[in-house]
Write a protein that binds this ligand. Structure first.
Ligand code: SF4
Ligand code: SF4
Ligand SMILES: [Zn+2]
Length: 297
């Protein structure tokens, strides 16, 4: 065995600080690198080197994009801090004041098209059929941890201020899966497949948000809570998680100062998308106050 020496993975160029050669080409152990290296003999040296070069170019692009995303996140964080600073000067601060940067939910609505309705119905029929291959469960299907009961209206106000920025990915599936149907059947074993499908179809709102979940309206979700998916009932974005933690801290959060940025939860890191600050608000247990944008920041 030879000495331990620093070198690079022959495929991805990753540094290997301690590589014991023993006549083997250095490899970082990543499955993709191992696979390409294993095929080297079969594919021939020219094709191998070509694939290595392509892989490294893709890795460089990914690294550059990650740097650009991080740079924009840092610029946004600095801009948010200046905006919060201005709000602190204007409205004061102190224990129990939480500052949150939120995404934006969709603003425009329109009637749900026949195409969307048909796609949603097809999804519902597929998950209901799959659920009904089993009998109604005698125990509730496993679910993510429930949302804490904190006796505060602030979480609801936070989501109102955002406008459902996470619901945009619901499209024509609403995160409903066979386990959602099994949960309904656990609660009411007499439910029949067609009853379930028709219940969901009846709740499609007359006007739904554009480019979002088929159930999303300007006033929130059109589905009763117990008919929503576990994902919908338990998901919390980072600002909402921070609020849950703040409400359980001492002293508890009593005011949330919000900056809302233009993009939704899932597009906020897209480099080509404008993600400027579009609204400011202050949330209290008894009020949601929209704040004027000071002209000088
Ligand atoms: S959970 Fe977060 S992203 Fe979703 S509506 Fe509430 S504040 Fe917006
Ligand atoms: S079903 Fe309701 S809560 Fe779930 S993604 Fe759609 S609008 Fe949002
Ligand atoms: Zn490698």
């Amino acid at each position: 065995m030879g000495p331990l020496t620093p070198t690079q993975c022959i495929v991805c160029d990753k540094s290997l600080p301690l590589w014991q050669s023993a006549g083997m080409a250095p490899c970082c152990g990543d499955p993709a690198c191992k696979l390409l290296l294993a095929q080297r003999g079969q594919m021939g040296e020219f094709l191998f080197q070509h694939q290595v070069a392509q892989g490294r170019a893709r890795a460089r692009e990914r690294a550059e994009e990650a740097r650009a995303v991080a740079a924009r996140a840092a610029a946004e964080a600095a801009e948010s801090e200046r905006a919060f600073e201005a709000l602190r000067a204007q409205r004061g601060t102190g224990p129990g004041v939480l500052e949150a940067v939120l995404p934006s939910g969709p603003r425009r609505t329109r009637p749900v098209s026949a195409r969307r309705r048909a796609a949603y119905e097809a999804h519902l029929r597929a998950i209901v059929a799959e659920a009904f291959t089993e009998p109604p469960p005698d125990a509730p299907p496993p679910a993510p941890p429930a949302t804490p009961e904190l006796g505060s209206r602030l979480p609801e106000r936070l989501c109102t201020a955002c406008g459902g920025g996470c619901c945009t990915a619901g499209k024509e599936h609403a995160y409903l899966i066979p386990a959602s149907i099994q949960r309904l059947r656990f609660q009411d074993p007499s439910l029949q497949p067609e009853q379930i499908v028709q219940f969901y179809l009846r709740h499609i709102p007359a006007q739904a948000c554009v480019n979002s979940c088929v159930n999303q309206t300007r006033q929130g979700c059109a589905l009763p809570r117990e008919w929503r998916s576990d994902t919908c009932n338990t998901w919390a974005c980072k600002p909402l998680q921070a609020l849950y933690a703040g409400l359980q801290a001492e002293p508890p959060v009593h005011t949330v100062r919000v900056l809302r940025r233009r993009q939704d939860q899932w597009t906020q890191t897209l480099l080509q998308a404008d993600n400027g600050i579009v609204a400011r608000a202050e949330l209290r247990e008894d009020a949601l106050l929209n704040l004027r944008i000071p002209r000088d920041d």
